[in-house]
Design a protein around this ligand. Structure first.
Ligand SMILES: [Zn+2]
Length: 215
């Protein structure tokens, strides 16, 4: 596991050079890349940064894929999503929401342009080694440490008790937990809601952010 912390930093550097967010989520190699799941540079947020404070954002996962950077032997969890309140399609890559596109094909083509290989499974069904996200039912790779964690898309939907969008980040490479409203106001709590499910957001063991239902 210690090894993968270093890999996370390496991926952060790769992604920074590529102009991408430094986070990755591996479906196929989740054990080896465990720490990459929510790894990103300090100060980069997880959550609905594109959402106005008064609007609850919702995304429906249409497809699940893996985007690979073969030269560096790393891969990222990619999700094709439809924004429910607009005719817009996005790719969520390792927890980061991509740009809006008018069609699913445009969204996936934009992702493909930046990776040596992208594989889509052709739907969002749950496979062996996965379980359904507790709030949206999209596939989530099984981890013993976080048995009920939400999928990377649902993290984007997190709101506070008043329905204001939240985003989360690590305080530093070494971890830490920060939460704020979409306008940057600090949010001094770990409690949040996703699709009316009360959740707890926290620092993941090897960095990054994990949301689980409760307490
Ligand atoms: Zn979900």
């Amino acid at each position: 596991m210690g090894k993968s912390i270093g890999m996370g930093v390496k991926v952060a550097a790769i992604c920074a050079r590529a102009g991408r967010s430094a986070s990755g989520l591996s479906l196929g190699r989740e054990r080896a890349l465990d720490s990459l799941l929510f790894q990103r540079r300090p100060g980069e947020g997880y959550g609905s940064a594109v959402c106005s404070a008064s609007m609850t954002l919702r995304f429906d996962t249409l497809d699940v894929g893996i985007a690979r950077v073969e030269a560096h032997d790393v891969e990222f969890d990619a999700r094709l999503v439809k924004r429910s309140d607009a005719a817009a399609f996005h790719v969520v890559l390792g927890g980061t929401l991509g740009e809006a596109h008018a069609t699913p094909d445009e969204a996936t083509a934009a992702l493909a342009a930046g990776f040596s290989k992208v594989e889509w499974r052709g739907g969002a069904s749950v496979r062996d080694g996965e379980r359904p996200c507790p709030t949206c039912s999209a596939p989530v790779a099984c981890w013993e440490r976080y048995p009920s964690r939400l999928c990377i898309v649902c993290v984007l939907e997190a709101v506070d008790e008043q329905g204001r969008s939240l985003r989360f980040s690590n305080a530093a490479f070494s971890g830490g937990f920060l939460a704020m409203l979409a306008d940057g106001t600090p949010y001094d709590s770990h409690v949040c809601w996703v699709r009316n499910t009360r959740c707890w957001a926290d620092e993941a063991r090897f960095g990054g952010i994990v949301l689980e239902p409760g307490p």
